[in-house]
Ligand binder design. Sequence first.
Ligand code: PMP
Ligand code: GLN
Length: 387
Amino acid sequence: MSKSFISKLPDVGTTIFTVMSQLANEHGAINLSQGFPDYPCHPALLDALARAAAAGHNQYAPMAGLPALRQAIAAKLLLSHDVMVDVDQEITVTAGATQAIFTAIAAVLHAGDEAIVLDPSYDSYAPAIAALSARPVRIGLTAPDYAVDWDRIERAITPRTRLIIVNNPNNPSTSLFSKADIDALAAIAERHDLFVLADEVYEHLVFDGREHCSVLVHPQLRARTFAIYSFGKTFHATGWKIGYCVAPPDMTTEFRKIHQFLVFAVNAPAQHALAEHLADPSHWQGLPTFFEAKRDRLAQGLTDAGFRLRRSRSTYFQLADFSALGSASAQSDVAFARWLTIEHGVACIPVSVFHADHREEKLVRFCFAKRDETLDAAIMLLSSIKQ
Ligand code: PMP
Ligand code: GLN
């Protein structure tokens, strides 16, 4: 007799990113939903990958990551954030940020612990916490500013709270933490002895001269934080699924205990290629200029189509308020996103799915990491909404 299966995640379905990309494919819609570029990554990166494979780098890489890649990451952190990181004890290369997030959560949380998550939040955080028999305590921030009320966060802390997860720059709000936010986070983490998971995968996609205040530059925070990054975002290669986690030696030791049994080691030729590619800072320093032009192009089209915008500050997403779009605005954001995909041929993501309470704010998210032709074709289709 077979045992009945008791789901650890009974409320979890297929992620909205997969759902909307599938819907876009089914209806031949332009896919501005799931966040991935539709243009090729840098030819030098592809060339480096081909050379690495041809040179025979096709067997297991070291568990913590290729030393050359960890050295290149440390050099980059010095250049971009002016922080010194121990190559051997503080950097672990992971199979994308998603695996690093799960690994860090698994390393910290015990059954029954609580972890604070700020909504809107990336879809993997809460299920990862729940899968580990811990409890996500989700606190909703409010559009359009998504300012963090740190007193409210502190009031949500209980003796079971062990971790707070922050995503800065934020997907999908595009908001950024100020220096005061980082100081407040550090003070709370210190007072309540919390670990911090800082998802900083969009660290270089910050616009209009704004600065990204990384947790790594704050000495007290750095001492209790897993800071997580993704080459998929930085090098236009989401399919490579390679990222890394920076954490103090004692935390890295625990992180690697989980990492070694989850993936053991990460794709070897791709690590060689990334080590080479990181050596040229121009490969990431030009990202704001590159994406600002795309953001402005899409923002103009969305505004002309009747959406209301708070211009994107970071990431490669633009939120758009559809409440002024006549009869279409009566729909929920989930229904609107489906309708836009099926009836107007442009796919987007409803923002309520990033909130535990699924609050209705009449907001959808568009990805502008697309060729200009793709954005122009989408804008053309969107212009038909008002007619
Ligand atoms: N965190 C955030 C905020 C994201 O938007 C994403 C998706 N790109 C990830 C983590 C996952 O990154 P990766 O594809 O490297 O797993
Ligand atoms: N991070 C991407 C987004 O926000 C999607 C990643 C995924 O599909 N899991 O669109």
